[in-house]
Design a protein around this ligand. Structure first.
Ligand code: DQA
Length: 143
């Protein structure tokens, strides 16, 4: 089965962006660690976009290509009705993840417009959030 990891704006800057919050690991490093963690349990595909509409398109298309989506919508988590609506519309389970604990940061980050439409939310574990996201996707599909 394929698990599609969708990454939103500014996550292409991981490694150099606010390392005190997001760590020094790049998105490519996280992708490699996620692939290793998956082993032969799942095919892993990573995509990143700074564009809201591109993320919406990918969520719409996900049902044809993946068994589950693991989504770090980054800043769009807190603002995007369009991404929320795409999650509501899709038949594929979507797992929301964040590197940082959004509930322990600025108040505007406490609200996720996406969380209620997702199978669940994982946040605060740094790059481990991606590995836990994969495990969550597998457990949803295997139970
Ligand atoms: C983030 C948290 C968001 O609030 C922020 O806008 C990001 C990254 C995280 O992974 O911790 O860009 O999604």
């Amino acid at each position: 089965m394929k698990v599609l990891f969708l990454n939103g704006p500014n996550l292409n800057l991981l490694g150099q962006r606010q390392p005190e919050i997001y760590g020094t690991t790049t998105l490519a490093d996280i992708e490699a660690a996620t692939r290793t963690h998956a082993g032969d349990r799942a095919e892993v595909e990573f995509r990143q976009s700074n564009l809201e509409g591109e993320l919406v398109n990918w969520i719409q298309e996900a049902a044809e290509e993946a068994a589950a989506v693991v989504l770090n919508a980054a800043g769009y988590t807190h603002t995007s009705v369009a991404i929320r609506d795409a999650i509501t519309a899709t038949t594929v389970p979507v797992i929301e993840i964040h590197l940082s604990n959004i509930h322990a940061r600025e108040e505007f980050r406490h609200e996720s417009l996406l969380a209620s439409e997702c199978a669940g939310q994982i946040c605060g574990f740094g790059k481990q959030s991606y590995l836990l996201g994969l495990d969550a996707a597998l457990s949803i599909k295997n139970t």
